[in-house]
Ligand binder design. Sequence first.
Ligand SMILES: [Zn+2]
Ligand SMILES: [Zn+2]
Length: 310
Amino acid sequence: MIDEPSPRAETASDAESAFKILSHDLRLEILLALWDARDYALSFSELRKAVGERDSGSFNYHLEQLQDHFVMKTDRGYELQYPGHRVLDAIQSGVFHEETSVGPVDLEETCRDCGEPLAFEYGADCIARIRCSDCGNRALEWPFDPGGTAGREPEAIVAAFDRRTRLIWACALDGICPFCAGRVERELTSHVHEQGACVGVIEQLERYDEYFARDHPIITSVDCNRCSFYSFVPVGVVLLNDMVVASRLHDAGLDAEATPLWDLGFVVDAAALSIEETDPMRIEVAIPDVDEELAFTVDEELAVTRKSAP
Ligand SMILES: [Zn+2]
Ligand SMILES: [Zn+2]
């Protein structure tokens, strides 16, 4: 019996040939020159001049390799196409070639464990970390592209990290991959034992040990069907996607949009979460950030309802 190639293997060979097209310096230079050009388009001679290639045969050959996908010949000349833009965007994110570090930057927000100030730090592993400089409490950690540090003052880098992480989480929790637009499976999962059995799958995942919110009794796992994106998002973040919750929190005196993620108790406090039921899964998320007693319920479908007072 001959094994059918898996869809992932087919994708790999298609992607490999697409990447091979980009494997020559001159081809990347062509994309860069078109990016610099007005309207992302240049004539044959302008483009050849821009990349400084004397050998017209060689230039022609490399331009042909890019044509019809990365570059299209139009009445404005050779024009950069969407895939060409995406190649340049990936390069500009800096993840392939930049090693940037930032901080520690002292923050106004304080550690929920010990009350000392939190600090932001960004390292060559492309992970931004919000930690307590005193007790070591890891408030929040998430990847951030080096591009996010360019041309920004430290405070603006911290703010950009907060905004971008929210967008990525909102998109993933909505079932759409923030990286490839593929379908994301979302699941409430736990390492808590109920009557001797593990409620979720987390225990089998070694990576979870390194996760900043590993002390949470329950977590949302997000897994893209198409690309390598796979992660965990604190359950409280589900509340941030709900307009009704946002307006209720606002009435209670909390602007959840303006408060950094690491300062939202319902996002980062393990104690804000309790498992009400496991089959089907129902989670209570308390809001320790407001003066009144307020809680919401998150169900298996990640639908949020206001928890009525007992
Ligand atoms: Zn601390
Ligand atoms: Zn994806």
